[in-house]
Write a protein that binds this ligand. Structure first.
Ligand code: SF4
Length: 499
């Protein structure tokens, strides 16, 4: 590999600096403080790479410059390829003003060189223009005239039928004017970043920019002084109001001034946090329980999403249901049913056929956050219309066990402002826990299912399948226990804070 010179900035470092100068400084000077990308974030990076490589086929027969060849070598190779009349270069590499850019696709169009930036999202976003703007600045500054600038992204209106149709899978937006409109500001932005990097660690405190537009990977370092259950955990309090409190020196809920206006639900959360009081609205819980009739099913779906559809009747990032667990409670008798698909085939048809057969006895089907399960069922009905009428009969019987918790009809401080089942379960049913499971949330389930497709060892495959089944089974068993706890709460008891 050719030894590469080091550059002041790369494109991604420039966009990092736009978000926060301290993030750029830390990245350059104390990279060991960065949080490692978690499995979900790593999967997103991998998906981005996969989309980028596929998008190259929109302009086939180009020349790829491999990163492993070294930056300096790739800069000179780019120049040579252009001189030789090459029509398309993937990862064309340029430097100007000591800033480095690698262009996803550089293509010679009818009016001259065109620059294509590929994104794995399903829409053009304004922040992407920062990427194209710095690239244009570098490429044009290095002496190559660019005629047009484009953003390539996925089209979520595309549905696969047979072979992938790349012209329909991708949408290409002309962002030339937007890109040009940002050129004048770039020299000053770069000068400011240069100044920051010449000095010591910037004294920048935390702010809304820590999570916007991207979650900063230095948050564990910069946010270490924020206590557990702080003002940042008040559910539904807008970010600007949280930072107004923080900037006036308030971190703990106990220090919130009495004249700080909050909704009833926020006040209830703060009071529970400060007093440890249990809030139970018996009347509302009874009303909710009246809407449920036995036999009652407790249903939970697991889904995966992928940017590039693998199966017919699948769209980019469509949530594909690959697993369910169904507990049925009938006159104190609990039975269990489940389904887990095979990752090498579309799981939806087999899943819905089994579910339709198994749920028939249920007069109510409880889920947790019904908009999720109903949307998945409606999508299956749309893509497999032969099941539509039976699916409609399921959605008509669905009730939402999340409602009493979302409405704060039951609340204790252990729920930390959340009504997610992951917080409600330990608060109400501490003896049942996700702690000992190898898969403990939906994202982990999605990644495990994707991993199933990639491994061939039978024993390892079976272990992952059992982990997935155990996780989904616990989700619906948790719902059964929470339901029973709600029933018990409506029985006479003492020492409760009722309202
Ligand atoms: S966590 Fe916030 S303050 Fe710290 S570097 Fe990142 S964006 Fe800047």
């Amino acid at each position: 590999m050719t030894k590469s010179r080091s550059f002041f900035l790369s494109k991604s470092q420039f966009t990092r600096g736009l978000q926060c100068h301290k993030s750029l400084w830390l990245f350059k000077n104390k990279p060991e403080l960065r949080a490692e990308p978690n499995a979900a974030l790593q999967a997103r990076f991998d998906a981005g790479t996969e989309v980028g490589i596929l998008a190259q086929q929109l302009f086939p027969d180009g020349v790829t410059l491999e990163y492993s060849s070294g930056i300096s070598r790739n800069i000179s190779s780019t120049s040579e390829l252009i001189t030789q009349g090459t029509g398309t270069i993937y990862e064309a590499t340029f430097s100007h003003d000591n800033v480095l850019a690698m262009v996803d696709i550089l293509h010679k169009g009818p009016d001259g060189w065109e620059l294509y930036e590929v994104k794995s999202s399903t829409e053009s976003k304004d922040i992407f223009i920062n990427d194209t703007a710095i690239q244009y600045y570098i490429v044009a500054g290095s002496g190559l005239t660019i005629s047009r600038v484009f953003l390539v992204h996925l089209n979520n209106g595309y549905m696969r039928l047979g072979d992938l149709d790349l012209q329909k899978l991708f949408t290409i937006d002309d962002v030339t004017d937007l890109t040009l409109s940002r050129q004048a500001g770039i020299p000053q932005l770069l000068a400011d970043m240069r100044k920051t990097l010449k000095e010591g660690e910037p004294a920048i405190d935390i702010g809304p920019y820590c999570t916007e537009p991207y979650e900063c990977d230095f948050m564990p370092y910069c946010w270490h002084h924020i206590p557990e259950c702080s003002i940042f955990d008040i559910a539904n309090l807008r970010n600007n109001r949280k930072f107004a409190l923080y900037n006036s020196g308030i971190l703990h809920m106990r220090d919130i001034p009495p004249d700080f206006s909050m909704s009833e639900k926020m006040q209830l959360q703060v009071e529970a946090e400060l007093t440890g009081r249990e809030f139970v609205n018996i009347r509302n819980i009874k009303e909710f329980l009246k809407t449920v009739t036995e036999p009652v099913g407790f249903l939970d779906f697991e889904t995966f999403m992928e940017p590039i559809p693998s199966f017919d009747f699948q769209r980019p990032y469509q949530q594909i249901t690959f697993q369910y667990s169904l507990h049925i409670l009938d006159n104190c008798k609990l039975s269990h049913h489940e389904f887990l698909g095979r990752p090498d085939e579309d799981p939806r048809r087999a899943l819905i056929e089994k579910l339709l057969a198994e749920q028939r006895s249920c007069r109510t089907i409880l889920v947790y956050n019904k908009s999720f399960e109903i949307s998945r069922l409606q999508e299956i009905a749309r893509d497999f219309p032969e099941f539509a009428s039976e699916i409609e009969s399921i959605t008509a019987r669905i009730g939402d066990l999340m409602v009493p918790f979302r409405n704060r009809d039951y609340y204790v401080k252990e729920m930390c402002g959340s009504h997610s089942i992951k917080y409600v379960l330990p608060a109400l049913v501490p003896e049942l826990s996700y702690d000992n499971l190898n898969i403990a949330d939906g994202k982990a389930a999605m990644l495990a299912y994707a991993k199933l497709a990639a491994i061939s060892a039978a024993a390892e495959k079976e272990k992952i399948r059992q982990d997935l089944l155990a996780y989904c089974r616990l989700d619906t068993l948790a719902m059964v226990r929470i339901w029973q706890k709600l029933l018990a709460l409506t029985q006479p008891r003492q020492q409760l804070s009722l309202f």
